[in-house]
Design a protein around this ligand. Sequence first.
Ligand code: CO
Ligand code: CO
Length: 322
Amino acid sequence: MVLKVLNLPDDKRVLVDLRSSDDAGIFLLDDNRAIVATVDFFPPIVDDPYLFGQIASANALSDVYAMGATPLLALSISCFPPKKYKPDVLCKVIQGAIDKCNEAKCALIGGHTLKDEEMKFGLSVVGVVSPDKVVLNSTAKPGDALILTKPLGIGLISTALKAGKADDNVIEKATEMMLTLNKVPAELMVEAGASAATDITGFGLIGHSLEMARSSIVGIRLYADKIPYFSDALEYAKMGLIPGGLHKNAEFSEPFEHIPDEIPQEMIDILHCPETSGGLLISIEKNKADRLVERIKEEGFEDATVIGEVVESPRGVIEIVP
Ligand code: CO
Ligand code: CO
């Protein structure tokens, strides 16, 4: 771990920083307000530049939502290859970002672009939260239920897309999912008094669950038959259209996961699949979970469901139940 060798200063105003595996940093302004700040950028995962700008923005905004905060402003970060694309491609990406930020009532107030071999785009987002409403990933409690709000499989679908094997219908559905802000489910989870949350992105469901289990010093049990995913993604996994990040995720979490033999390999691939602008993983007292799922579903997140539970032990381990 690179971060372990860093010498971090102690600043009493800093509530969350690099020492935690949380989605964003938190800086206390006064008794009632804290600033939440995050940055995320990556290469295109769809061909359309306008859609890419929107997806990258929804993804970056998600880390602010995952902490129960409200985004206020954003700055864009672009790497642009002028030999590969005309300048209007970058304009379309940034317009996508402006429009998605607008939808989030977040002001895109500036940014920085540099020339690079490969296009990359993302945002640094600043949000605000009342310190007593912050939702961390380190406060999941044994006995909690775990809710996932969006289906899995984006990395497999984008690998199939690049290979020219993806079905148009599933590309459309997956794009729609990535464009959907985690805003409303995040507001509902704060209202319902969730104990912890994170969003599912590059490390996949098991990777992000593992971060939550470790930082909360608990174990996590996931019910394989309850986990929502794109059925086409499962087919792509069977066809061997596996993104590089999936292998890395699987390798990393291997020592900390219990997966029974009867779980088929393609389902294991889904559990490790890197996601973009994925759903929230919400930890909440069991007796409140069904009501929260119902409310999230009412808002159009039809795949939202309870996918597991938080257990006392084994700590720092993800157990998959068939
Ligand atoms: Co995150
Ligand atoms: Co992030």
